[in-house]
Design a protein around this ligand. Structure first.
Ligand SMILES: Nc1ncnc2c1ncn2[C@@H]1O[C@H](COP(=O)(O)OP(=O)(O)OP(=O)(O)O)[C@@H](O)[C@H]1O
Ligand SMILES: [Mg+2]
Length: 322
């Protein structure tokens, strides 16, 4: 069953200078398209990973999925209901079905609150029963019940991210959007938190939208991976297909640039070329200036995201590099 259905999602930001400066300096408005015509589905109880370099639009998509940001165009449907068209009571229900975990576990916990209050606040705000809830959740995320009486500064980074996970679980969500939840952590701690999240998914039947700039982080966890480039989906496939047979030259470059979790003695090719300016994106395929196999057509025409095998790819020369 499809839990999340994203259709033609687009978000444009007005990044113009303040009005008065613009008028005096006779500058036009500057519009930045952060997300452009992105469509994908997330099956219930699966993990969908979005990957891409900095600025590719990952967080913007995540925020639209949880309703923190309004789409300029397109829709996000949760269980068949359009987030932006839902009525009052539907919105409350959908909101509690979706939780978000952010990259920085330091910034997202109120330093003046005890862990018990941090975890139970979303439930208390809805008038739910919070007795013993924090203690139970702390144990479920691998901390101890006594930790409920402590403050955030008494914990390490990995432990704080566990507290964030506990807080997200408190609302008994169906979908958790994780925006780089482990990228601020040491590699060994990262793996522990990822394992925890996998276990919780099995235990509670959760669905994840997992955002990361690092393909290796999502390789073992995701059921499907969507690769973003400058706000557009350029490839989508299962991790096995993506790693064994990447179709888009950008995906191939990302894989070659990714350090291997298990590996040493393998040379890593750093990402080649610069990310273009999203306010003035290249014509045709936005990747063409960096692409080693681009042809004339690639700068003239944008390749559509087309079904190929069990995945999708937007490239006129898909598969020709492997
Ligand atoms: N509120 C905003 N106002 C203006 N521009 C924004 C805003 N939020 C994001 N952007 C721009 O939109 C683009 C996509 O940003 P986004 O944060 O979604 O990227 P990201 O893939 O999450 O990057 P990172 O890996 O650095 O977190 C960037 O060019 C960014 O500068
Ligand atoms: Mg981001």
């Amino acid at each position: 069953m499809t839990l999340v259905s994203i259709k033609n999602l687009t978000r444009v930001f007005d990044v113009s200078k303040p009005w008065l400066n613009r008028v005096i300096e006779r500058l036009p408005k500057r519009m930045l398209t952060a997300v452009s015509d992105v469509s994908f589905d997330i099956e219930e109880r699966s993990v969908y990973a979005l990957v891409g370099e900095s600025g590719s639009g990952k967080s913007t998509i995540g925020k639209m999925v949880v309703g923190l940001l309004k789409p300029t165009e397109g829709t996000v449907e949760i269980d068949g209901t359009d987030l932006m068209k839902a009525s009052g009571s539907e919105i409350d229900r959908i909101r509690s079905d979706i939780q978000m975990i952010f990259q920085d576990p330091f910034a997202s916990l109120n330093p003046r609150w005890k862990v018990r209050n941090i975890i139970t606040e979303p439930v208390a705000a809805r008038g739910g029963d919070t007795k013993g809830l924090a203690e139970k959740l702390l144990e479920q995320v691998g901390l101890s019940a006594q930790d409920a009486g402590k403050f955030p500064h008494e914990f390490s980074g990995g432990q704080r991210q566990r507290i964030c996970v506990a807080r997200a679980l408190a609302s008994e969500p169906r979908l958790i959007v994780c925006d780089e939840p482990t990228s601020a952590l040491d590699v060994s701690v990262q793996a522990q938190v990822l394992n925890l999240m996998s276990d919780l998914r099995d235990e509670f039947g959760l669905t994840y939208l997992f955002i990361s700039h690092d393909l290796t982080v999502v390789q073992h966890m995701a059921d499907r991976i969507g690769v973003l480039y400058l706000g557009r989906l350029v490839e989508e496939a299962t991790p096995d297909e993506l790693f064994s047979n990447p179709q888009h030259p950008y995906t191939k470059m990302l894989i070659e640039a990714a350090p291997k979790m298990d590996g040493y003695g393998r040379e890593v090719t750093p990402p080649q070329g610069e990310i273009p300016d999203p306010i003035n994106p290249p014509t045709g395929c936005a990747y063409h200036p960096r692409c080693p196999i681009a042809i004339a057509r690639c700068s003239a025409e944008r390749p559509p995201l087309a079904t190929k095998g069990k995945g999708r790819v937007a490239c006129f020369r898909a598969g020709e590099m492997t």
